[in-house]
Design a protein around this ligand. Structure first.
Ligand code: MN
Length: 196
């Protein structure tokens, strides 16, 4: 069955001024839609057409012959997940079990924020920053282009798109400002906690 663009849980204007309506409309309506359309075109009429997104990612990971499938399946999944990681009422220190886990595994929320920011800024070129759960512990990592933690068998908890299309209209070259706005104002901790 063909994949479709998921509806957002908020209006495209709801994240402003941290992420503008223009960025959200292009990012969701054009960039994400294009990955989905490309993915559907690749799998249509093949024996891959009935596979889940996760199955397609794991199948095509580290396989040069399926690079196009991997990139577009990965980016379809990554954006599906990313929209859930954003909330108009998000950001700041989380509470509850997630806060306890962050304190236990990073030492403090501030240390986590530093590690997440380093992962986001340290991704040279296009990719993603992630909070993940690996071997029972929380950690930060980044991935290149359409790659993601599930390709490596690691559980994603929170993800941030650090491709230029995610922030260039609003922050120009200042990726760090975008990462800070995400952590301070948009990160959906309720969704992140539900991933644990
Ligand atoms: Mn994107």
């Amino acid at each position: 069955m063909a994949f479709t663009l998921p509806k957002l849980d908020f209006e495209t204007s709801a994240l402003a001024p941290h992420i503008s309506e223009q960025t959200m409309k292009l990012h969701h309506g054009v960039h994400h839609q294009t990955y989905i359309t490309n993915l559907n075109n690749i799998i249509e009429g093949t024996d891959l057409a009935d596979k889940s997104l996760e199955e397609l990612i794991k199948f095509s990971a580290n396989n040069e012959s399926y690079k196009g499938l991997f990139n577009n399946a990965g980016q379809t999944w990554n954006h599906n997940f990313f929209w859930k990681c954003l909330s108009p009422n998000g950001g700041g220190k989380p509470s509850g079990i997630l806060a306890e886990r962050i304190d236990a595994d990073f030492g403090s929320y501030e240390a986590f924020a530093e590690a997440f920011t380093a992962a986001a800024i340290g991704r040279f070129g296009s990719g993603w920053a992630w909070l993940v759960e690996k071997d029972g512990k929380l950690a930060c990592m980044n991935t290149l282009n359409g790659d993601n933690p599930i390709a490596a068998g690691v559980k994603p908890v929170l993800g941030l798109d650090v491709w230029e299309h995610a922030y260039y209209l609003d922050y120009h070259y200042k990726r760090a400002g975008y990462v800070k706005a995400f952590l301070d104002n948009l990160a959906n901790w309720e969704f992140a906690a539900a991933q644990l």
